[in-house]
Design a protein around this ligand. Structure first.
Ligand SMILES: *Cc1c(COP(=O)(O)O)cnc(C)c1O
Length: 473
């Protein structure tokens, strides 16, 4: 039975805590400082036989769970890519949790499907894709890319592989050596075999070399392979390299290969006209994914997947058993036919709240501010002669490392930079991460957290400098 007064009291406690948390989130150690097992071992290994009060559980949450939290919403979070949030998104998530609908089909909650159609269309316009594209929200970029690769597999086999299996033809997928691991995972799961993922060489700033791609496709065709899909990166995870989108598009068209773009982080910047204009050839792509849960102030998980021809996707994923057949058949849109999962959360609601509450201009302004902060960080870091900037900044990603004496071996230089990273993150004052680029251990600073301001960048510069001075090398 629903106990109104109890629920209201508990909910108000939670909301008070949430408000305090967000107000003071920058005071927590950004990266959790616990050791493995420390959190779990505080609790009995037996599940409680009798129910416990919300108050008691909530107290344990505050005292025993919180130390094991890494604060992704801290304005001093500069690691990996952010998993952003914002007040309208949090509030919408509360409504989603309260309604707890399962929007597998239009009829199981018409608003869930229709608001998803609406926000996908808004976002399509916001990033400047033509009306030939339609969108669906997936949980993650990994799953959207998997859907793209499976649809590509189906299309290139005339929609036979779902039914008959792969047969004797060997399909190939292409990406750069800097592409995200989710592409290799997708190729494995799609049954193509990771040996058939061809990782094409990159240039000095991390972009796929399109001539090398074409040469590889030519050899593969001559050797009897069937090219199925090219995945280009619009912003690699390591250094945010942007592959030559237009040139790769021409190759995809020439050889009639499905062209997918992984824009997981950088795709949000397509809302800026000045950035959108610098990306030519986006209209050649068959599919594109980007994550509003990274850089568009929307709670994880929320990944935006666009396809040029939704029929290919639906022909790949539609499967309607008797118990799911409804009277409205093909007149309505059932999003469960657009991907892997049947059951679907009402994810569109938080995006609808975010876009309405920020407004397109508000989103643009915040993204521009992040870029300006990254420009500032890069400029200030260059002034400290201890560091070298590994390659020019793209959007908010700055890659750098400590300069070490020429006499020091490169393995030692990698170790020293890894020590520096550990020292920085152990302070709890900021959190940054690293990548390996062109074989070198490289520190990576990403400035795209919702609440980051200039003073947080100044603190980051201070922490990096202090930790460097404290290093023995
Ligand atoms: C983060 C990232 C992914 C994976 O995103 P998920 O939504 O966590 O699956 C894929 N590609 C790139 C380029 C990324 O930066």
């Amino acid at each position: 039975m629903f106990k109104k007064e109890e629920f209201k009291r508990d909910a108000q406690d939670f909301i008070n805590w949430m408000t305090e948390y967000l107000e003071h989130v920058e005071n927590y150690p950004v990266r959790s400082q616990v050791n493995y097992g420390e959190i779990r071992n505080q609790f009995s290994s037996k599940p409680p036989l009798r129910g416990e009060s919300i108050n008691l559980i909530f107290n344990d949450f505050k005292e025993k769970i919180m130390p094991g939290i890494t604060h992704w919403q801290s304005p001093k979070y500069f690691a990996y890519f952010p998993a952003n949030s914002s007040p309208p998104s949090i509030l919408a998530e509360m409504l989603t949790a309260t309604l707890a609908v399962q929007g597998m089909k239009w009829i199981t909650s018409p608003a869930a499907t229709e608001i998803e159609e609406l926000v996908c269309d808004w976002l399509r316009k916001m990033i400047g894709l033509s009306a030939t594209y339609s969108g669906v929200i997936q949980d993650t970029a990994s799953v959207a890319t998997l859907c793209a690769i499976i649809a590509a597999r189906e299309k290139v086999t005339n929609f036979q592989s779902n039914r008959k299996g792969l047969g004797t033809e060997v399909l190939r997928v292409y990406c750069s050596t800097e592409a995200h691991s989710s592409i290799e995972k997708a190729v494995r799961i799609a049954g193509l075999g990771s040996d058939n993922l061809i990782k094409v060489e990159i240039d000095s700033v991390g972009r796929l070399v399109s001539k090398a791609l074409e040469a590889r496709i030519e050899t593969d065709i001559t050797s009897g392979y069937k090219p199925a899909c090219i995945v280009a990166a619009l912003g690699t995870t390591g250094v945010c390299a942007i592959d030559p989108i237009a040139m790769i598009g021409e190759i995809a068209r020439k050889y009639n290969i499905w062209y997918h773009i992984d824009a997981a982080y950088a795709g949000s910047a397509l809302v800026l006209p000045e950035f959108r204009e610098s990306i030519k050839g986006l209209e050649q792509v068959d599919s594109l994914v980007f994550n509003p849960h990274k850089w568009m102030f929307t709670n994880f998980d929320c990944s935006m997947f666009f396809v040029k021809d939704k029929i290919h996707l639906q022909n790949t994923f539609r499967l309607v058993p008797g118990y799911l057949q409804t009277g409205n058949g093909t007149e309505v849109n059932d999003y469960s036919n657009w991907g892997i999962q049947l059951g679907r959360r009402f994810r569109a609601l938080k995006l609808w709240f975010v876009i309405r509450n920020f407004g397109v201009e508000g989103i643009r302004q915040q993204i521009r501010e992040h870029i300006e902060l990254a420009v500032y960080f890069e400029k200030e870091l260059r002034k400290q002669s201890k560091f070298e900037i590994i390659l020019p900044r793209t959007l908010t990603v700055v890659c750098f490392r400590l300069k070490v004496d020429k006499q020091i071996l490169s393995a030692d230089s990698d170790r020293i930079n890894a020590e520096l990273l550990e020292k920085i993150n152990n302070t709890g004052r900021i959190y940054i991460s690293h990548t390996i680029f062109q074989g070198k251990y490289t520190l990576r600073f990403v400035c795209a957290q919702t609440y980051t301001e200039k003073r947080h960048i100044d603190e980051a510069l201070e922490v990096i400098s202090e930790c460097t001075d404290a290093l023995n090398y």
